[in-house]
Design a protein around this ligand. Structure first.
Ligand SMILES: Cc1cc2nc3c(=O)[nH]c(=O)nc-3n(C[C@H](O)[C@H](O)[C@H](O)COP(=O)(O)OP(=O)(O)OC[C@H]3O[C@@H](n4cnc5c(N)ncnc54)[C@H](O)[C@@H]3O)c2cc1C
Length: 397
C-alpha cells in the first residue's frame, strides 16, 4: 500500500504555493482539500518571475509550455532622475539577473490560473472560508472553519502567505519571525495612458521610487515605494490610513507621480504593505508544515518569492511521500533551507540598492546602472539555480 493512501490533508491558501503543493500531493495519492479565504483563486496582479530551479518544477508539472506563451518578454527598463530626465535604459535582465530566453516573467494571474487548471478536477476547493482553530492534541489535526464546518485531517499545510494565519496558530505571532527591510510599498493597476508597452519606467528621488510597469498595452501596474525605518504597527493596517501615508510621502514628487496618486485614490486593487521577509527557526510543528511566503517570504526585492514557493511545494510533497510526516518534514527543511537562505540574501545585494535613501547613494547607484552592460550575465544569479531537484518516487498505480 502506498504511504499516502487515504491520507487526508488540508492546505490553507490557493495561490502559488498552495496550488503547486496540491498538485504534487494529489500526484502522490493524498486526498487533498484546499481552503481559500477569497471567493476564487485570485487572478490579476503584478508580473512575477519563474527562474532557475523553479523552471524545472513547472516543467515537471507540464505547465511550462502554457507559461512560455504567457511570457511577457519585457523589452526595456528605464531609470529617471528626480526631474524626469532619463538616466539610463537597460535590458531588464541586466538588473534582475534573469536569463534571456530561459527565465519567465508572467502575470501572477496567468500562473495561478495555470496551477489551478492543473488541479481543480482532482482536488476539493473550499472558497470563502478559512481555518478558525487547529487542534493537534488527538491523532490528527482537528480543524474548525470560520464558516462553521468541523473536520479532521492527517496533516495541514500553511500556504497562506506572508501574514499566515496557520503559522500564527502553530508557531506563534508574526512579529518574532518578521524581518522588516525598511521600506513600504503600494501597488495598483491604472489605465495605460502613457504609451508604454512591455517596459518599465522608474522614477527615483532619495528614499522614494515610483514605477510604471506595462506588461501589455491596456493597463499599467503602478508601484510606489518609500523608505520608512519604522515597521508597520499591524500586519493588516487600516487601508485608508495607508493610502493617506503614501499620498503624503509623494505629495511633492514630480514626473507622473501626481497622476499615479490620483489613480490610487480610485483604484479597487490597491495593495499596501511593508517590505519584509519571514525567517523561521523551523518550518513545521507536529502535523502542520509551512510553504512559500508563509514559511520564508524573501520580499519582492529578490524577485524570488514565486520561485521559492514552487520549489518549496515540490520539495515538501516529495519528501513527505518518500518518508511520512515527521521524517518528511525534516527532510524538506534540511534539503531546501540552503536554497531559501541564498535567495533571501539577494535582498541585501541587488534589490535594496535600487532604492537608495541618500542623495550620495542615489548618485552612486546611477553610476553603477550606467556602467551595466545592456547584455545580461550569461548564467543568471547562482542563487536562482542553487538546488538540483531530486526525483521523488511516484506511487504505483
Ligand atoms: C508588489 C509585489 C511584487 C512582487 N513581485 C514579485 C516578483 O517580481 N517576482 C516574484 O517571484 N515574486 C514577487 N512577489 C512575491 C510573490 O507574489 C509571492 O512571493 C508569491 O506569490 C508567494 O506565493 P504564496 O502562494 O506563498 O503566497 P500568496 O501569493 O501571498 O498567497 C497566499 C494565499 O493565501 C490566501 N490566504 C491568506 N490568508 C488566508 C487564510 N487565513 N485562510 C485561507 N486563505 C488565506 C490568500 O488569499 C492567497 O490566495 C511580489 C509580491 C508583491 C506583494
Amino acid at each position: 500500500m502506498n504511504r499516502a493512501d487515504s491520507t487526508r490533508v488540508l492546505i490553507s491558501g490557493a495561490s502559488v504555493a498552495g496550488c503547486a503543493l496540491a498538485f504534487w500531493l494529489n500526484r502522490y495519492g493524498y486526498a487533498v482539500t484546499v481552503v481559500e479565504k477569497a471567493g476564487t483563486v485570485r487572478s490579476g496582479g503584478y508580473p512575477i518571475d519563474v527562474r532557475g530551479t523553479a523552471l524545472e518544477v513547472v516543467q515537471r508539472m507540464g505547465i511550462l509550455p502554457r507559461l512560455r506563451e504567457a511570457h511577457i518578454d519585457l523589452r526595456r527598463l528605464t531609470f529617471l532622475d528626480e526631474d524626469g530626465s532619463e538616466i539610463v535604459s537597460l535590458n531588464p535582465h541586466a538588473v534582475t539577473g534573469g536569463v534571456e530566453g530561459r527565465d519567465l516573467e508572467v502575470r501572477r494571474g496567468d500562473l495561478t490560473d495555470a496551477l489551478y487548471a492543473a488541479v481543480r478536477d482532482d482536488v476539493e476547493f473550499l472558497f470563502d472560508d478559512s481555518i478558525d482553530t487547529l487542534d493537534q492534541s488527538g491523532n490528527g489535526v482537528e480543524i474548525t472553519f470560520r464558516g462553521g464546518g468541523r473536520r479532521t485531517f492527517d496533516m495541514v499545510f500553511g500556504a497562506d502567505g506572508v501574514h499566515s494565519r496557520t503559522r500564527e496558530l502553530v508557531l506563534g505571532p508574526e512579529q518574532q519571525f518578521h524581518r522588516y527591510l525598511g521600506y513600504r510599498f503600494a501597488v495598483f493597476t491604472m489605465r495605460n495612458t502613457f504609451g508604454l508597452s512591455r517596459e518599465t519606467v522608474m522614477w527615483n528621488s532619495p528614499g522614494r521610487a515610483a514605477a510604471l510597469y506595462a506588461a501589455g498595452d491596456d493597463d499599467v501596474h503602478a508601484f510606489l515605494t518609500f523608505a520608512k525605518p519604522e515597521p508597520p504597527l499591524s500586519a493588516s493596517p487600516d487601508p485608508r490610513a495607508q493610502r493617506d501615508l503614501v499620498a503624503t510621502v509623494f505629495a511633492d514628487a514630480g514626473w507622473e507621480v501626481p497622476r499615479m496618486l490620483a489613480a490610487m485614490r480610485d483604484a479597487d486593487d490597491v495593495y499596501v504593505d511593508g517590505v519584509s521577509q519571514i525567517h523561521l527557526p523551523r518550518w513545521s510543528g507536529g502535523r502542520v508544515a509551512l510553504v512559500g511566503d508563509a514559511a520564508y517570504a524573501p520580499s519582492f526585492l529578490t524577485g524570488q518569492g514565486t520561485s521559492l514557493a514552487l520549489v518549496g511545494a515540490y520539495m515538501l510533497a516529495g519528501s513527505l511521500a518518500d518518508r511520512g510526516h515527521a521524517a518528511g518534514f525534516a527532510a524538506y527543511e534540511r534539503d531546501t533551507r540552503e536554497f531559501v537562505t541564498a535567495n533571501q540574501q539577494l535582498a541585501g545585494k541587488g534589490g535594496a540598492g535600487l532604492f537608495p535613501t541618500t542623495p550620495e547613494d542615489l548618485k552612486q547607484r546611477n553610476i553603477r546602472l550606467r556602467s551595466l552592460s545592456s547584455m545580461p550575465p550569461a548564467g543568471g544569479r547562482p542563487a536562482h539555480s542553487a538546488l538540483t531537484l531530486p526525483e521523488f518516487t511516484l506511487p504505483m498505480t
